[in-house]
Write a protein that binds this ligand. Structure first.
Ligand SMILES: Nc1ncnc2c1ncn2[C@@H]1O[C@H](COP(=O)(O)OP(=O)(O)OP(=O)(O)O)[C@@H](O)[C@H]1O
Length: 311
């Protein structure tokens, strides 16, 4: 017979078993990932995907194993920015884990876009479906051992960042903003969201901070500069760096040849490099304990059983 409530609430034992199985798969998958980083912003178009892609590439270029997960369900751009369509290998059996797209030996990518038949298809999904898609991105994908999982979220504080916060217990946030006051007002909402769901903030990145002249390579402050840095200081958050506006960044994203994979030595390249270094320093690639064991919680030790006093 179906579950204890009969058939009225739609919940049955098979569904509960499937949910428990998925929960186990999520825990197993997350256990192999040392650092999980959610890239978010209060406002659209401030460069989250650009930062996510280039941060992932920068960390991968330094020899780390990196995963990049695009949870911007309504506007997935990461696959397009990396020109990855077409390299998907099907899972070996229906029950085996799905292999992410491979960008290079150090970088794996998952996006809803790679499951869409038509890149221009519009996605109309309500909250529960989005939550389920994000859970499956963690549970069903063969991420393997990763030093960093970078998660590109849509703008705002809606279903996607909330699902990530609920699915991935020790995920940390990078908040992206542009320097103008209008963007800064919105970014405060993202920071409050992180506080509400108790998500640690790695720091703030100020994007489109000044403009790099393609003729003389000098930086001119068109949209002002320094607003994100001031905000980070006011809110006592780490500041990870300023990335100037550079027309080459747009061309690189549009052409599917990400900026940091070019040989450019422009101010924007150096700025991206500084952000990658700041992230590597603040979130070093060492395993984070996901869940405290009961015994360790009692003794107040956060090592998860691995420190000298437990050996
Ligand atoms: N530093 C930069 N210099 C020049 N162009 C940039 C820079 N950062 C981002 N862009 C461009 O701005 C546009 C928006 O960037 P992106 O898609 O990364 O923003 P987003 O915040 O992820 O957007 P959405 O809110 O739609 O998810 C893109 O065309 C991108 O190439």
């Amino acid at each position: 017979m179906a579950g204890s409530c009969g058939s009225s609430c739609g919940t049955n034992e098979a569904q509960q078993a499937a949910a428990a199985q998925q929960e186990n798969a999520i825990t197993r998958s997350l256990g192999k990932i040392k650092n999980k980083i959610l890239v978010m912003s209060g406002k659209g178009g401030v460069g989250k995907s650009t930062i996510s892609v280039n941060l992932a590439l920068g960390l991968a270029a330094r020899g780390f194993q990196v995963g990049l997960m695009d949870v911007d369900i309504h506007g997935p751009d990461v696959v397009r920015m990396l020109d990855l369509k077409g390299n998907v290998e099907p899972p070996e059996t229906p029950d085996s884990l799905v292999p992410p797209l491979k960008y290079n030996d150090n970088l794996k990518v998952v996006s809803l876009e790679y499951m869409m038949r038509d890149r221009d298809e519009a996605i109309i999904w309500r909250g529960p479906l989005k939550i389920q898609a994000i859970r499956q991105f963690v549970a069903d994908m063969d991420w393997g051992e990763l030093d960093y999982l970078i998660i590109d979220a849509p703008p705002g504080t809606g279903d996607e960042p909330l699902s990530v916060a609920q699915t991935i217990p020790n995920v940390k946030a990078i908040v992206v903003t542009t320097p103008q006051k209008v963007a800064l007002a919105d970014v405060k909402k993202s920071i409050n969201f992180c506080k509400t769901v108790k998500m640690e903030i790695i720091g703030v990145v100020e994007n489109m901070s000044g403009f790099v002249c393609p003729h003389c390579n000098e930086t001119v402050d068109i949209f002002k500069s320094g607003g994100g840095e001031t905000l980070a200081r006011e809110l006592e958050l780490p500041f990870l760096g300023k990335i100037p506006m550079d027309p080459q960044v747009v061309m690189a994203g549009d052409d599917g040849k990400p900026y940091l994979s070019s040989d450019s030595d422009s101010p924007a390249t150096k700025a991206f490099g500084e952000v990658v270094s700041a992230v590597e320093t603040r979130v070093p690639p060492v395993a984070q304990p996901t869940v405290l064991k009961m015994a360790d919680t009692d003794s107040g030790c956060a090592c998860g059983g691995s420190c000298a006093s437990h050996s």
